[in-house]
Write a protein that binds this ligand. Structure first.
Ligand code: SF4
Length: 411
């Protein structure tokens, strides 16, 4: 049965009429030296701090839901930070509040509810409670199964706890697990990567997210690289690692459906796909981002970024939750650049007809020079329909290809 909410509203065909809700829970036991996320160090998260944060989220949800009115709920995502530091009863409250704020879509698929989890013994004891709260998908920050690499990354957990986490998650009834894997660490070799892949594949997760280690300015790792105290992984080796990961996971039945994401059939992340497909997302919490629906007034949608400091966000929500974030109305050229960049991250690439339906001209109509350059360099393949997809060479240089289009939105 189709979704009556989506049908009833006057919205363009490329808008699915739904909303995904992202809740940012920023606390982490300790801050990893490469982390550039909006996080707060909390060796032990005090119940009073947790309760205060949950209350503020509820308040922000109550104020912001009107911007997504008449939309049905597609997904809930608890990201962080380390959201699994929260007690299951807090998640029950939040899932209940979100579900009460939006009607469920009438599709046969249940709402996807994901929780990011770091392996630690405290959190493992909470797994049955998380499952009972309605969480049906865990995204587990494994990163590596080798203690030396975990130590190098400054992670709080060790490999034995990661293994325990996977067993405990299955025992608690989670049938949809996504594992994070970091590669291109300083001193990492292809052999060391293979060891991690062997073990990861052995656990048969439904989904894998892979991240090349980056050295963001302002992080301890970024400063160490700038000062010459830490050497990045060689670029060619990092590229070989990307190909190696794709080949090994591909041989095991995982499709690389997005530049960093691999899934068994039917196990793509529905929530994350909303970002790549530019569908509405309500982001709640410190540092959270929203993508508000396109309307006649805002034909390309609006983005909203919440304050990245805990105090600033709490103060803003207490004062006026409706104004807690910084709003950016998307200019047409920004929206076009992002539409190309985000579509090219996905395996299916950019549908020229869909792009034309939204922007009035085909991708070449706006990006003639950029498309020609990327095709000439062997980074893009172009179908006779005008659809565009990254080639294997383009996938290795996805950021460079994106840079061609973002900020060059044509006129
Ligand atoms: S656990 Fe994740 S979010 Fe927390 S500090 Fe480490 S990388 Fe950042």
């Amino acid at each position: 049965m189709s979704d009556p909410v989506a049908q009833s509203a006057d919205r363009p065909a490329f808008d699915d009429g739904q909303v995904g809700v992202y809740l940012h829970l920023p606390f982490c036991e300790r801050i990893c030296p490469y982390c550039d996320f909006a996080v707060v160090a909390a060796r032990t998260l005090q119940p009073a701090d947790e309760d205060r944060y949950v209350l503020a989220l509820e308040r922000e949800l109550a104020a912001r839901r009107k911007d997504f009115v008449s939309r049905s709920l597609s997904s809930i995502y608890f990201g962080g930070g380390t959201p699994s530091l929260f007690r299951p009863e807090s998640l029950v409250r939040l899932v209940g509040a979100v579900a009460a704020a939006f009607p469920a879509a009438s599709s046969p698929e249940p709402i996807e509810i994901t929780l990011e989890l770091n392996p630690s013994t405290v959190e493992l004891a909470r797994l049955p409670g998380f499952r009972a709260a309605g969480i049906d998908r865990l995204s587990i920050g494994i990163q590596s199964f080798q203690d030396a690499l975990l130590k190098r990354l400054g992670r709080a957990h060790r490999a034995a706890v990661a293994r325990e986490a996977l067993l405990a998650a299955r025992a608690a009834g989670f049938e949809n697990l996504s594992l994070d894997l970091i590669f291109a660490l300083p001193e990492q070799t292809l052999d060391l990567l293979d060891r991690d892949l062997d073990e990861l594949i052995g656990h048969r997760p439904e989904h894998v997210s892979t991240y090349e280690l980056t050295f963001e300015p302002g992080t301890p790792f970024g400063r160490a690289v700038a000062a010459g105290r830490l050497a990045r992984c060689d670029e060619d080796l990092a590229a070989r690692m990307i190909e190696h990961v794709e080949a090994r996971l591909g041989a095991e039945g995982y499709a690389r459906y997005e530049i960093s994401s691999y899934a068994q059939p039917g196990r793509r992340s529905r929530h994350n796909a909303r970002y790549w497909q530019r569908q509405s997302v309500l982001g709640l919490g410190m540092g959270a981002h929203s993508f508000e629906p396109r309307t006649a007034e805002h034909p390309h949608g609006r983005r909203r970024a919440n304050p990245r400091s805990l105090d600033a966000w709490l103060r803003a929500v207490a004062a006026d939750p409706d104004r807690a974030g910084e709003v950016e109305e998307l200019a047409p050229e920004t929206a076009r650049g992002e539409a190309v960049f985000l579509a090219l991250r996905q395996r299916e690439g950019l549908c020229a007809a869909g792009f034309e339906a939204e922007f009035g001209r085909t991708p070449r109509g706006f990006f003639e020079a950029e498309v020609a350059t990327a095709v000439d360099r062997g980074w893009l393949e172009e179908a006779s329909s005008g659809d565009l997809r990254l080639t294997p060479a383009g996938r290795l240089l996805a950021d460079s290809v994106a840079a061609l289009f973002v900020g060059a939105g044509g006129d």
